[in-house]
Design a protein. Structure first.
Length: 236
C-alpha cells in the first residue's frame, strides 16, 4: 500500500526520520552545553566578542561591516542585506573563549561575502525558491492525494527537495566560516594556545547542528520518494 504512511503506521518515518530527529535534538543540546561550558572560561587577553569580530574583519581586509548588539543568546548572525554582524548579549561584550569563537564565525560569513565565496552567494540566491518549496511541498502532496494526481505529488516531492538543496549548500558555508574563524584566531593570536581548542570545540558543536539538519531533510526526502515516488509515472 504505497500511501500507508499517511493512514497508519509509518515504518519509513520510524526507520529513516526519527533517528535523524534524535540526532538533531542531540546536536542542539550539545551546542548549548558546549557554549555554556566555555562561556565560563574568560580568555587571558580579555578580547570581547565584538573585538574578535573586528579583528577577523581587519585580518582579511574587510571594511564597511557594522557590528551590533542584539538581545538573546545563540542568535548571532551576519545580515548581508545591511552588511551587519549582530552579536547576542551573551557574545558581544563577553570575553569568554566561546564568545570569541562565535563572533569570529559570524565575521567569517562577512568575509565570505566580501571575497565572493560561491556557496554563500548560491545560498542567498536560492533562498526565495527554497522557502517556497518548503512551504508548498506538503500541501501539494496532500492535494495530489485527494485529486489522485501523481504528477502533483511528484511536484510536491521536488518542491521539498529544494529545501534539502538549501541544507546541502548551507553545510559547506558554515564549515568554511568556522575554518576562516579558527584560522584568524590562531594566526592573529586572539586566544592562547590552550584556549584555542575550546573555541574549536564550540564551533564544531555548532557545525553538528547543520549536519543534523541536512540528515533530517535527506531522510524526509527519501521517505517521501519511497512512499510516493513514481506515482506520476504509474498514472500515465
Amino acid at each position: 500500500m504505497p500511501y500507508y504512511g499517511f493512514y497508519g503506521f509509518d515504518m519509513y518515518y520510524l526507520v529513516l526520520v526519527i533517528p535523524c530527529v534524535i540526532l538533531a535534538f542531540w546536536a542542539q543540546a550539545k551546542v548549548k552545553s558546549t557554549f555554556n561550558r566555555y562561556e565560563q572560561v574568560l580568555n587571558v587577553r580579555g578580547i570581547s566578542g565584538a573585538q574578535a569580530a573586528e579583528a577577523v574583519l581587519r585580518q582579511n581586509g574587510v571594511t564597511g561591516v557594522r557590528i551590533e548588539w542584539v538581545a538573546g543568546k545563540l542568535n548571532d548572525h551576519f545580515d548581508p542585506r545591511t552588511n551587519t554582524i549582530r552579536l547576542s548579549s551573551a557574545v558581544y561584550s563577553s570575553t569568554s573563549v566561546a564568545s570569541v569563537g562565535v563572533a569570529a564565525h559570524e565575521a567569517g560569513h562577512a568575509v565570505q561575502y566580501a571575497v565572493g565565496y560561491f556557496p554563500i552567494r548560491l545560498r542567498a540566491a536560492i533562498i526565495p525558491v527554497t522557502q517556497f518549496g518548503s512551504a508548498a511541498a506538503f500541501p501539494l502532496i496532500i492535494l495530489g492525494l485527494f485529486m489522485n494526481s501523481g504528477i502533483m505529488i511528484d511536484i510536491g516531492i521536488l518542491a521539498f527537495g529544494l529545501s534539502t538543496v538549501f541544507q546541502l549548500v548551507t553545510l559547506p558555508v558554515e564549515l568554511n566560516a568556522s575554518r576562516r574563524a579558527l584560522a584568524a584566531i590562531e594566526e592573529g593570536g586572539l586566544l592562547m594556545p590552550d584556549e584555542y581548542p575550546m573555541a574549536k570545540k564550540t564551533l564544531t558543536a555548532a557545525a553538528m547542528t547543520y549536519v543534523a539538519a541536512l540528515a533530517v531533510s535527506l531522510a524526509q526526502l527519501l521517505r517521501l520518494v519511497l512512499l510516493f515516488g513514481g506515482r506520476g509515472r504509474d498514472d500515465r
